[in-house]
Design a protein around this ligand. Structure first.
Ligand code: 2NE
Length: 270
């Protein structure tokens, strides 16, 4: 594939090819661990994907054949969070998780190696996960003084069930790609050399599907789990569709023309 750079960043690569935006964590020296800056760059790239009409699907991956992402960079973990260049401790990866979840386009985790700790949570929040045979999955929080009791726990449990989710978090074991697939948190496992081709094949199929339908299904699947925030997004999409109707236009027109709206001609569906 001929990937074109969308924007240059320090810690990530952000590229485009055939309707797909690809975000690659580019810190292989640290098994693609993220710092606040890495996360901020990913947030910026995700925002770009949201507004770029040429992008229909997003791939999240890591550089090299060792790691997808090994979570927060322990070298910059200070008191109160991960410390950025500004000296402020923060946990901005939670903002990134929310961006992935509410992006109205599919996000595919292309898991090319270790998906560990906060890196494991990133693949969990993606809509689909395609893994190479060498990929290894696991949480480490209770071993290294951390935990993610949000999407990293509750959404994980929706994939693998409560017992398995507790096992993953309480024991901090590592699982093979095949085991992750059997547990239901990975969609497909392929040899490393085929990972990008397979992922792009899935992306191309989704690009042939109706973008509005994908958007609505993603919002619907999220809404069941996300409480009022999920309903807000699903309802926002319903409003978007309503604005396309003549009925909604009549309300606005009547206001601007300073007359009573006439909704009588619009159908009251059974
Ligand atoms: C990922 C894993 C299992 C890979 O093991 P291996 O044996 O393939 O590599 P190695 O030698 O451990 O790592 C290579 C280099 O990368 C650094 C290592 O320190 C090592 O550096 P040198 O010794 O060569 O100098 N490295 C790897 N992961 C790093 C990290 N996360 N931060 C900084 N440097 C890292 C193995 O490396 C591993 O277990 N890594 C740590 C995984 C981990 O515990 N991550 C943090 C979990 S907490 C979290 O991410 C989190 C959260 O729980 C809640 C919210 C937000 C974040």
């Amino acid at each position: 594939y001929k990937w074109e750079t969308i924007k240059e960043f320090e810690d990530i690569r952000f590229e485009y090819c055939e309707g797909v935006g690809k975000i690659t964590i580019n810190r292989p020296r640290y098994r693609n661990a993220f710092t606040p800056q890495t996360v901020q760059e990913m947030i910026e790239a995700m925002d770009h994907c949201r507004y770029d009409e040429n992008i229909g699907v997003v791939i999240l991956t890591g550089e090299g054949d060792k790691a997808f992402c090994s979570g927060g960079d322990q070298n910059v973990k200070g008191v109160g969070g991960y410390v950025g260049k500004d000296g402020v401790p923060r946990l901005n990866v939670l903002d990134l998780q929310k961006k992935i979840r509410s992006l109205p386009k599919p996000v595919v985790a292309m898991v090319n190696g270790f998906a560990i700790g906060g890196g494991h949570v990133l693949h969990v929040v993606c809509d689909l996960s395609i893994a190479s045979e060498n990929a290894i999955f696991g949480q480490t929080g209770p071993k290294v003084g951390s935990f993610d009791g949000g999407f990293g726990s509750s959404y994980l449990a929706r994939h693998v069930g409560q017992k398995k989710a507790r096992e993953i978090w309480f024991l901090c074991k590592q699982y093979s790609a095949q085991e992750a697939c059997e547990m239901g948190m990975v969609n497909k496992v392929v040899p490393f050399e085929e990972l990008e081709n397979e992922t792009m094949e899935w992306c191309k199929i989704m690009l042939e599907r109706s973008p509005l339908a994908l958007r609505m299904v993603k919002a619907g699947l999220n809404a069941e789990l996300d409480g009022q925030a999920g309903i807000q997004e699903l309802a926002g999409n319903a409003t978007l569709l309503y604005y396309f109707t003549e009925e909604a236009q009549e309300g606005k027109k009547a206001f601007l023309e300073k007359r009573k709206p006439d909704f009588s001609k619009y159908p009251k569906f059974p």
